[in-house]
Ligand binder design. Structure first.
Ligand code: ADP
Ligand code: ZN
Length: 225
């Protein structure tokens, strides 16, 4: 199954992609994780990437596509995949179309005020990228309880240190949301017109969201052959 997860920053797509990729037995390919890993390595490329990320801007297509193409040379990619964070603009869509077809694009939707609150409360594992959240967000029919580690500041999965991503500060978040609207949101219409889009309104925690998303994905993909 070849899936794309799309949505504004902080909607939770990275978390859903991690769990769903394990359940479906297909790799998650997250360009955000790959960018953070490269930045952490301290390489020349990593330094360039960090400059973009710090400002909440998109990393240049040239760099992203180079990293992405390297990743999909690995053999696990042929079983299918979940793309998390790519494509992010129409240029990347076109490149992706030259490489592979896509079965379904899941569009995760959450109101902007909730997103801002959620990102401010996000904590990320420095080592494995696992995501936690320290806030309990309740608004209208949205109820998202906190996702806390068993031990404060320590990742349950790998024991790594939890931190707040540099680009998770209010100023950068504003910019990331603007970039999303300008560059990535047009892909929603693009994929909708192609009949590949499935909207999903997020309103609760991953343990409730994930089974629903999987059910909908399987229904959609099987009905399309
Ligand atoms: P979020 O969805 O919360 O913004 P990501 O982890 O997907 O976070 O991305 C973090 C940053 O990594 C982006 O702001 C951008 O700088 C960079 N990035 C990730 N994927 C891409 C991409 N496909 N094209 C350009 N930049 C990217
Ligand atoms: Zn971890």
């Amino acid at each position: 199954m070849k899936l794309v997860f799309i949505g504004p920053p902080g909607v939770g797509k990275g978390t859903y992609a991690t769990i769903i990729s394990e359940k479906l037995g297909i790799p998650k390919i997250s360009t955000g994780d790959m960018c953070r890993d490269e930045a952490k390595s301290g390489s020349e490329l990593g330094k360039k990437i960090e400059e973009f990320m710090k400002r909440g801007e998109l990393v240049s297509d040239e760099i992203i596509l180079e990293i992405f193409k390297k990743r999909i040379k690995q053999p696990d990619y042929h079983k299918g995949f979940i793309l998390d964070g790519i494509p992010r603009n129409l240029e990347q869509v076109k490149t992706l179309e030259k490489i592979t077809n896509i079965d379904l694009v899941v569009n995760f939707i959450l109101p902007e005020d909730v997103i801002i609150e959620k990102i401010a409360a996000r904590r990320t594992c420095k080592n494995c990228g696992e995501i936690y959240n320290v806030a309990h967000i309740k608004r209208g029919d949205i109820d998202m309880p906190p996702l806390l580690p068993e031990k404060e500041g320590v990742c349950d999965k790998c024991g790594g240190e939890l931190y707040q991503r540099k680009d998770d500060n209010p100023e950068t978040v504003k910019n990331r949301l603007a970039v999303y609207k300008e560059e990535t949101k047009p892909l929603v219409d693009y994929y909708r017109e192609k009949g590949l889009l499935m909207d999903f309104h997020v309103n609760s925690s991953p343990d409730k969201v994930v089974p629903k998303v999987i059910e909908l994905i399987e229904k959609r993909v099987s009905s399309h052959g």
